[in-house]
Write a protein that binds this ligand. Sequence first.
Ligand code: DI6
Ligand code: FE
Length: 401
Amino acid sequence: MSQQILTNARIATMNPNAQPYGLVEDGIIVLEGANIGWTGPSADLPAQYQNLDRLDMEGRLVTPALIDCHTHLVSGGNRAHEFEMRLNGASYEDVARAGGGIISTVRATRLASEDELLLDALPRVDAMIAEGVTLIEVKSGYGLDRDTELRMLRAARRISVERPIEVRTTFLGAHAVPPEFQGKVDEYIEEVCIPALRTAHVEGLVDAVDGFCEGIAFQPEQIARVFEVAKALGLPVKLHAEQLSNIGGTKLAAEYGAMSAEHIEYLDEDGVKAMAKANMVAVILPGAFYTLRETQTPPIELLRKHDVPMAVSTDANPGSSPMTSVLLAMNMACTFFRMTPEEVLAGVTKNAARALGMTDRGVIAAGQRADLNVWNVDYPAELSYRIGFNPLHTRIFGGKF
Ligand code: DI6
Ligand code: FE
């Protein structure tokens, strides 16, 4: 196994210790193949590692690599035209009449081949890789028919063949009601969504199951039917909940032992308590808040009070969050929601891993995967402080540079 040591690093381990960010000054990280073999202050380096090849980090900051735990990165077409129409004064109805909104993405996605979906997604993936992202979650949900949902998931899985990044796929058949099922929401769930989930699972394409629980999408009872099937198949669940109103999605998710509730701008204290009891992660998505010009901020203070871990993600999608920058999501979470720079860095490392149910990454410690970023910054708060600036020096993916 190849062994190498990174020396002279300021390490934000994100481990809980007396220092903010779990900082270790003049630190060393021993890379052993794809994993971290040892880490700590240079004075404590065990004798067995003393003679390995050394790479001088020259005092730079090293953090766990970034994780984007909530994206809709695979989709057909884009919605720049309707963005422009609205800014030229068109109403929401005008846009809808011109074929706009989420259904326009569904139409374009249905028309795209698997190769086209993959090729369309890769530049967005590259933007994330350039910022030091090593793991992304990608959802289906723009097909809304069996074949297109499966095609989206296959395209998503192929991202990790084409690029040095890991992908977790999430089935989001309960994202919207397709035009051919307008007014027949229960039929859509029974006849399309659930059968598509079963097939996708048989094909090994599903790591988790998500839904959009909202007045304009699916009611808790409808989401519950999908979650029952997920449970029977042994798949973890998570939910887009309380984004635009509070209809009890988060409580339902908690009853099903969900990994996370996401958006949650309208969540109340009872809902936060339910999350705490069910050990859930709150996934905070400032890009959609910004794009939709929302004013209701998520209950950060209550999440802190009840010790609910917070992740931060881009929600990258062509409609409500056409954003592919995790660094910008970090900045927005600070500025809009008053999260601290330490909370947002934990939100795109340690807590993002936890939101995906993964325990082998997200902090810098012996035995963890060697997914690391070396930054041209002195102090971790610089990562969330700048706007539109990428200080990445080196990205290490599974021990590889
Ligand atoms: N919440 C959102 O904000 C997006 N999906 C979701 O579940 C909207 C997606 C889109 O407009 O394409
Ligand atoms: Fe989303």
